[in-house]
Design a protein around this ligand. Structure first.
Ligand SMILES: NC(=O)c1ccc[n+]([C@@H]2O[C@H](COP(=O)([O-])OP(=O)(O)OC[C@H]3O[C@@H](n4cnc5c(N)ncnc54)[C@H](O)[C@@H]3O)[C@@H](O)[C@H]2O)c1
Ligand SMILES: O=C(O)C[C@H](O)C(=O)O
Length: 308
């Protein structure tokens, strides 16, 4: 399994590190436009191999796509991150051009690859990759919901005073400060609905803290987060590499599912060797349906800013 990660910045390098530590890929190519940057990150990471006991080979490349040839999975993290006070949507002007060019370069070298889109605004960048590459929809995956769900579980565990491993939950909808839909109704602590333990008021707080998870970290760090994003991407890559058939909420092109069409937005999918193997349609409450509808309206508005 060969994986390419474009963008050797905070998220790309973190993603490469987690993939290597999990030791399921034979090779990870890190590519960046900044001269020598990806080579430096790759060398630094390779010098952790004996300490962290992995055999994955990590190779750096300054914009030489020939090194990415024959990749099975490619991850796009290239682009600018937001600064405190910004929304992800404000990044569209710069990131759309980068994502379009990078995806076309990647496909030229790895025509059968599965693409994972990370750059923000992620749902719109995933839509852009659909519209500009014309690849089958199972091979274009937007990463947002896996991260948002991990943050949801963190906030639920905090509210419950429970270990995170005891908690399960999922966030669907757009990967934006207002568009995320944390499904508190379905969240559980060791199979018991969390609604048995937490008041509606506390659950509302959990929901709101989850939705602004990225903004909260951006304010603290001065730029957006990378550890949990990198870990979330590595989990998706592993599900594909190891044909795990795991369910993650991912941004995928909808064709009528959840009453939505011609939009990429986060819904539960089964991830395996062919990428998105199935979109899982769950019964939503009337309130949740309304949240998803509003979330989709927000994503569509951002999609409308693309020059397609
Ligand atoms: N979807 C998510 O859940 C999620 C999570 C975290 C970050 N992000 C997004 O990921 C992106 C990267 O964030 P980061 O913190 O790693 O930023 P960063 O600035 O640390 O890294 C981005 C890297 O992309 C490189 N780059 C820019 N243009 C390029 C090009 N044309 N070709 C190759 N490389 C290029 C830059 O040189 C830089 O090293 C941002 O858009 C951010 O908003 C998304
Ligand atoms: O918040 C951001 O801008 C980055 C990313 O989308 C995140 O959720 O961490």
């Amino acid at each position: 399994m060969k994986v390419t990660v474009v963008g050797a910045g905070a998220v790309g390098a973190s993603c490469a590190e987690y993939i290597a530590i999990k030791d399921f890929a034979s090779e990870v190519v890190l590519l960046d436009i900044k001269e020598g940057y990806a080579e430096g990150k790759a060398m630094d990471l390779m010098q952790t191999a004996s300490l962290n006991s992995f055999d994955t080979k990590i190779v750096g490349s300054t914009n030489d796509y020939s090194k990415t040839a024959g990749s099975d999975v490619v991850v796009i993290t290239s682009g600018i991150p937001r600064k405190p006070g910004m929304t992800r949507e404000e990044l569209i002007g710069i990131n759309a051009g980068i994502v379009k060019e990078v995806s076309s370069n990647l496909i030229a070298q790895s025509p059968d690859a599965i693409i994972i889109v990370v750059s923000n605004p992620m749902d719109t960048m995933t839509y852009l990759v659909h519209k500009t590459t014309g690849l089958p929809k199972n091979r274009i995956i937007g990463m947002g919901g896996a991260l948002d769900s991990a943050r949801f579980k963190y906030r639920l565990a905090e509210a419950l005073g429970a270990p995170i491993s005891d908690v399960d939950g999922m966030v669907i909808g757009g990967h934006s400060d207002t568009g995320m839909v944390p499904l508190t109704r379905l969240a559980t602590r060791n199979s018991i609905p969390v609604t048995e333990f937490l008041s509606e008021e506390r659950l509302t707080q959990v929901k709101e803290d989850t939705k602004v998870g990225g903004a909260t970290l951006t304010k603290l760090l001065g730029t957006s987060a990378w550890y949990a994003p990198g870990a979330a991407v590595s989990a998706l890559v592993q599900a594909i590499a190891c044909d795990q058939k795991k369910i993650f909420p991912c941004s995928t092109m909808l064709e009528g599912e959840y009453g939505l069409s011609d939009i990429c937005i986060g819904v539960p999918v089964v991830l395996g060797a062919s990428g998105i193997e199935k979109i899982v349609e769950i019964e939503l409450s009337e309130e949740e349906k309304e949240y998803i509808k509003n979330s989709a309206e927000g994503v569509s508005k951002t999609n409308g800013l693309l020059a397609l």
